[in-house]
Ligand binder design. Structure first.
Ligand SMILES: *[C@@H]1O[C@H](CO)[C@@H](O)[C@H](O)[C@H]1NC(C)=O
Ligand SMILES: *[C@@H]1O[C@H](CO)[C@@H](O)[C@H](O)[C@H]1NC(C)=O
Ligand SMILES: *[C@@H]1O[C@H](CO)[C@@H](O)[C@H](O)[C@H]1NC(C)=O
Length: 424
């Protein structure tokens, strides 16, 4: 009780704010001007090290508001949602913090802060606060609430890929361009990339694809707030967070594209989800979905094509690509074999409207069913570090699947490298 008494007291003092107070399902309501949305992409919650990233209305749970966040697990003091409704003004409720289960042992973890709304409230803005004092409410940075309208069909895109973060001056341009061009050939219309930092040539290519409309670059300055691990390895300084907040960006990307894209692919930039029996992802999914109408998560096996092993004939060792930084995926046609007793990790194609929370290799919570797609139907082609580095070339499997796309892939990649200014 004391808590709300303080609130009312604060209200009375700040007479310019205090117009109306009443108690219904929610404790405090008062009118004031609508807030402006903040321009920042990562916002610290005052007096804590928690961060909030974005806010989405969830039509599957009575329009509650989900604030995607990164929280310090062992510093969980009570948090408050401050919601602005067009009709009633601001109101404050307790934030229901739902911590994602996969924190990999790091102190900071992805979480959803769930905020209840009121009947007849068109909520437009939200923020998270530790303080119930109204004097602070109008000066806090507010997130705009997205996904206000539900869409059931006629999505803007059929396939969108969410790429987790670019960091550490990443400059693997040749593989990047070949990969994006493969995505386009396979039917992917949009690629979301969260950018912490990138190399000089990749910067040119990202600018090119932004203008072309293929790539959306989301600023992701997480390194200004937290120390990140690189992959699974721990750097010198004790890290706060796994992999530059990859799990947070993947969840944000799903919600951002929930009503824009029929399907979302979740994979890294060095991976391509390739159908082995269909010409495009559209044909593959149409087939799989018709046979399995209840499935919302398609798991695709990852297969390593070691970047250390080259096509001995040099078939696609082309002169124009020699001076472009990065890996030429067409030169790596040797695939590591499956191992007994080892499951290949998976990446995913999902129906975002059925996803609640995701991790990297599997979904943590979804409506609908999950299907493991057999690897003769579809594989993740992952040209990268070997996993079974002890194998001789004779023990690897020749797989020239990507060569089937050379007629489009070669000229399209050359066009981008030239017009982005990477190749003169
Ligand atoms: C998406 O796929 C459907 C069915 O294959 C097709 O009719 C439609 O034109 C596609 N939409 C876009 C935006 O490509
Ligand atoms: C990527 O992030 C870096 C660091 O913030 C920035 O300098 C660069 O302009 C960004 N690139 C794009 C294409 O947005
Ligand atoms: C490499 O060249 C040899 C001889 O022409 C040929 O038999 C073999 O199939 C080629 N390998 C690939 C992967 O193209």
């Amino acid at each position: 009780m004391e808590f709300w008494v303080i609130n009312i007291f604060a209200l009375l003092i700040l007479s310019h704010l205090a117009i109306k107070v009443y108690f219904q399902q929610t404790p405090v309501v008062f009118h004031h001007m609508a807030p402006n949305s903040t321009k920042q992409t990562i916002i610290p919650i005052k007096d804590t090290r928690h961060l909030i990233v974005s806010a989405y209305k969830d039509h599957r749970t009575h329009g509650e508001i989900r604030v995607i966040s990164i929280i310090e697990r062992d510093q969980l003091s009570p948090l408050l949602c401050v919601v602005y409704c067009k009709e009633q003004g601001y109101f404050i409720t307790t934030a229901n913090v739902d911590i994602h289960s996969d924190h990999f042992g790091f102190p900071f973890v992805t979480a959803d802060m769930l905020c209840k709304t009121k009947p007849r409230c068109s909520a437009t803005h939200v923020t998270i606060s530790t303080s119930p004092y109204i004097s602070e409410i109008s000066s806090m940075p507010y997130l705009p609430i997205k996904n206000k309208n539900k869409v059931d069909k006629n999505f803007q895109y059929n396939f969108t890929t969410c790429i987790s973060n670019l960091f550490g001056g990443y400059n693997n341009v040749l593989q990047f361009v070949q990969t994006i061009e493969m995505y386009k050939i396979l039917g992917i219309e949009k690629v979301y990339i969260y950018n912490t930092s990138c190399g000089p040539d990749l910067q040119k290519v990202l600018q090119y694809y932004k203008e072309e409309g293929t790539v959306e670059v989301e600023p992701w300055p997480i390194d200004q707030f937290l120390v990140s691990s690189k992959g699974w390895k721990f750097p010198e300084r004790k890290p706060d967070l796994h992999n530059y907040g990859q799990l947070t960006t993947l969840n944000d990307c799903i919600y951002k594209n929930m009503y824009r894209s029929r399907y979302i692919l979740l994979n890294d930039i060095e991976e391509i989800i390739v159908p082995y029996q269909h010409a495009t992802l559209g044909l593959l999914i149409e087939n799989l979905q018709r046979q399995n109408p209840s499935v919302s998560v398609f798991l695709i096996e990852n297969h390593i094509f070691p970047k250390t092993v080259f096509d001995t004939n040099g078939t696609f060792s082309l002169p124009q690509w020699k001076k472009v930084p990065g890996v030429n995926i067409l030169e790596h046609i040797y695939r590591e074999p499956d191992r007994d007793y080892v499951f290949n990790p998976t990446k995913m194609i999902v129906n975002p409207r059925e996803i609640v929370r995701t991790s990297v290799h599997s979904v943590l919570k979804n409506y609908g069913d999950t299907l493991s797609v057999p690897s003769d139907i579809c594989k993740v082609i992952h040209v990268g570090e070997p996993v079974q580095g002890n194998l001789m070339i004779e023990q690897l499997i020749v797989d020239t699947k990507l060569w089937e796309y050379e007629k489009e892939l070669l000229p399209n990649s050359d066009h981008v490298l030239k017009n982005s200014g990477v190749c003169s």
